[in-house]
Each structure stands twice: as structure tokens, then as C-alpha cells.
Design a protein around this ligand. Structure first.
Ligand SMILES: NC(=O)c1ccc[n+]([C@@H]2O[C@H](COP(=O)([O-])OP(=O)(O)OC[C@H]3O[C@@H](n4cnc5c(N)ncnc54)[C@H](O)[C@@H]3O)[C@@H](O)[C@H]2O)c1
Length: 326
């Protein structure tokens, strides 16, 4: 049994991961500040299944408050691996509030790394994003593509800065690091700001779906439990290896065009979509498309879930959650 500190534990991916790590026999120390980006009640609900577990503890902490705040608020219990998912997520809002994103995602990460150094914890799984590839033309995206001038949103810049910080701590202090670039994660508990969640709500309300651009933009949608499986494998890898510094894509290797996605969501809720074309939004990339061979080779990562099955799981969860059954 290992002890895992999980930041962003109350969020969409974090809460699924907490359940998986507990299932794998680990102890989970969860940390989250209930960032108001979306409703706290949803995040508390995300945590419900873990809260009664004997190997789970939770601490409401804001990473922006500094290393000393972490020292004061976190127990002195041993931690084997830190999984750092806490971040302000979302491209659009980062264009409107760049400083808030950098403060949260870069400074917050710096405080966490310093806390780890002070506690002599040298194993880190860092959640990065496909957005760091920007509009890189070479597809599928490989991890070794040069990215110094690729970012087209402050969110992407904050994630690439995070990767650079973890590289710095690997160099200075020998931290073992896996940076994982997630690709449009969807499924039960998905953030309400994300496309699939919004589309289901709009279709059911009889409203038109806003299509930004001509509908040909594409995303490598990855089902949340596939992403979580990749993270859990990453944790095991960190627990059993030393001298690690790797950057991996955790995607699905199957980009889906926006118009295809809208049609698939329509089929999942039995509503014929009505479309409303709008200009592209600033900061949005054209295509994301992961080459996952490195994650496959290193971790045995192999996403399993088809878009149709993943959308059905999402819709079932939304229905149950709206009826307060969860
Ligand atoms: N969902 C995706 O498609 C996707 C894609 C690429 C990368 N990511 C990354 O994966 C991670 C998890 O994303 P998610 O979709 O679950 O988002 P989420 O917003 O549901 O979860 C993030 C959690 O971090 C917490 N948090 C934010 N700032 C914090 C702070 N300063 N201190 C403590 N906690 C803080 C939030 O309250 C939230 O619960 C993020 O780092 C995100 O950037 C997500």
C-alpha cells in the first residue's frame, strides 16, 4: 500500500482517480480548494463515495496560499507519490483572466513543489494538457515535438510552464516525474463548462448547438476511466522506478470532428441537433490528436472506451445525478 497525495481531488478527473487509487489498495490524502469555476455542491457530490473510506482523508487547501500554508494544513504522514491535478482548467476563461490562471497553475505548482522538496517527497505525476501543442501541424502529436512557441492560450502556457517547473525540479533535486498530457476528457462528472455536458443540456432544452468555426475542428476525446487508468499505471510506474523524467500523451488516438461529436451526442439523447454556426473562439486549437505509443510502451496504457459507450455512460450519470440518485 502506498500513500498518495492527490491535488484537485474533488474535481472531475480527481474524484474518479481517488476511487481508483483506493480500489488499488492505496491510501489517498485528497486536497482541493473548491475553486468556484463550477459549483462546490457538484464537487462535494464527486467526493461522496470516498468520504467514508477508511484509507481516505480530505483537506480543503488552496495551493495559492503558499508552501507554509501547505506545511500547516497537511498532516506529517508519509507520502510516496504526489498526483497534481489541481488547476484552473478551461481555455476560454484563461484568455479573459490570464493572471488568475498563471497564479493558480504556475505559482500553485511552485508552492507544491517546494512543499515536496521540504518534505523530501520526490515522486510526482503532473497533469498537463494537449493544449500545449497549440496548432502544431505535425500530427498525431508526439511528445518530443518542439513546443517553445506553440501555446495559443494562457491556459496552455500555464501547463507548459508546469512541465518546465517539473523539469527544473528533476534537474535540481532529482525529482522523479511523469508529465501526462490529457486529451479532452469526458464522462460521468464531466465539468459543466465542457462541450459534451453543454450539448446534452442544450439538446434537451430544445436549443441550438453553437458550432464554433465550420465544424471541422476535432478533439481526441478520451473517456475519463481510460485517462484514470493511465494515471493509476503512472503512479505504479513511479512507485517502482527511480531516475524517471518522462512526458506522455494520455489520449485516445482517434480525433472526432465537432460535427461528428454533435451528431453522436444527438444520438445518445435521441434528439436531432439544430446547429448555429459561430466564429472560432480565441485560444481554441483546430485539432488535437495524440500519438500514445510512448504511454503504451512505458505503462501499458490502452484506452478501451468507444465514443458511443462513453457518451451513454455520461448521459446515464447525468440522468441519475439530476434525479439526485448519486
Ligand atoms: N478535463 C479535461 O479534458 C482535461 C484536459 C487536459 C488537462 N486537464 C487537466 O486535468 C486536471 C483536472 O481537470 P478536471 O477536468 O478534473 O478539472 P476540475 O476543475 O474538475 O478539477 C480541478 C480541481 O482542482 C481544484 N483546484 C483548482 N485550483 C486549486 C488550488 N489553487 N488549490 C487547490 N485545488 C485547486 C478545483 O477546485 C477542482 O476541483 C487539471 O489540471 C486540468 O488542467 C483536464
Amino acid at each position: 500500500m502506498a500513500s498518495i497525495l492527490l491535488t484537485g481531488c474533488a474535481g472531475f478527473i480527481g474524484s474518479h482517480l481517488a476511487e481508483r487509487l483506493l480500489h488499488d489498495g492505496h491510501r489517498v490524502i485528497g486536497l482541493d480548494n473548491f475553486d468556484p469555476f463550477y459549483d462546490r455542491i457538484l464537487k462535494e457530490r464527486n467526493l461522496a463515495a470516498c468520504q467514508t473510506h477508511p484509507r481516505f482523508s480530505f483537506h480543503e487547501i488552496d495551493l495559492r496560499h503558499g508552501t507554509d500554508a501547505l506545511v500547516d494544513a497537511l498532516p506529517a504522514d508519509p507520502v510516496d507519490v504526489v498526483v497534481h491535478l489541481a488547476a484552473k482548467a478551461g481555455v476560454g476563461p484563461s484568455v479573459r483572466e490570464p493572471a488568475a490562471y498563471l497564479e493558480n497553475n504556475v505559482l500553485g505548482t511552485a508552492h507544491l513543489l517546494e512543499w515536496m522538496r521540504g518534505r523530501d517527497i520526490g515522486k510526482l505525476f503532473f497533469a498537463s494538457s494537449s493544449s500545449v501543442y497549440g496548432n502544431t501541424r505535425e500530427q498525431p502529436f508526439r511528445e518530443d515535438l518542439p513546443l517553445l512557441s506553440s501555446c495559443i492560450s494562457p491556459y496552455a502556457a500555464s501547463k507548459l510552464s508546469g512541465e518546465q517547473l517539473t523539469a527544473t525540479y528533476h534537474h535540481l533535486y532529482g525529482f522523479n516525474v511523469l508529465n501526462a498530457r490529457f486529451f479532452t476528457v469526458y464522462g460521468p462528472r464531466q465539468r459543466p463548462d465542457l462541450a459534451i455536458h453543454k450539448f446534452v443540456r442544450l439538446l434537451r432544452a430544445g436549443e441550438a448547438i453553437p458550432v464554433f468555426g465550420d465544424g471541422s475542428t476535432a478533439r481526441d476525446y478520451t473517456f475519463v476511466l481510460d485517462t484514470v487508468d493511465g494515471i493509476a499505471r503512472g503512479v505504479d510506474y513511479l512507485l517502482t522506478h527511480e531516475g524517471v523524467y518522462e512526458t506522455l500523451n494520455l489520449g485516445n488516438e482517434q480525433p472526432v470532428a465537432l460535427l461528428e461529436l454533435v451528431a453522436a451526442v444527438g444520438r445518445a439523447v435521441y434528439v436531432e441537433p439544430r446547429l448555429e454556426f459561430r466564429p472560432m473562439q480565441p485560444g481554441d486549437v483546430d485539432v488535437t490528436y495524440a500519438d500514445i505509443s510512448r504511454a503504451r510502451q512505458l505503462l501499458g496504457y490502452a484506452p478501451q472506451t468507444s465514443l458511443a459507450d462513453g457518451l451513454t455512460a455520461f448521459v446515464d450519470w447525468l440522468d441519475a445525478s439530476e434525479q439526485n440518485l448519486l
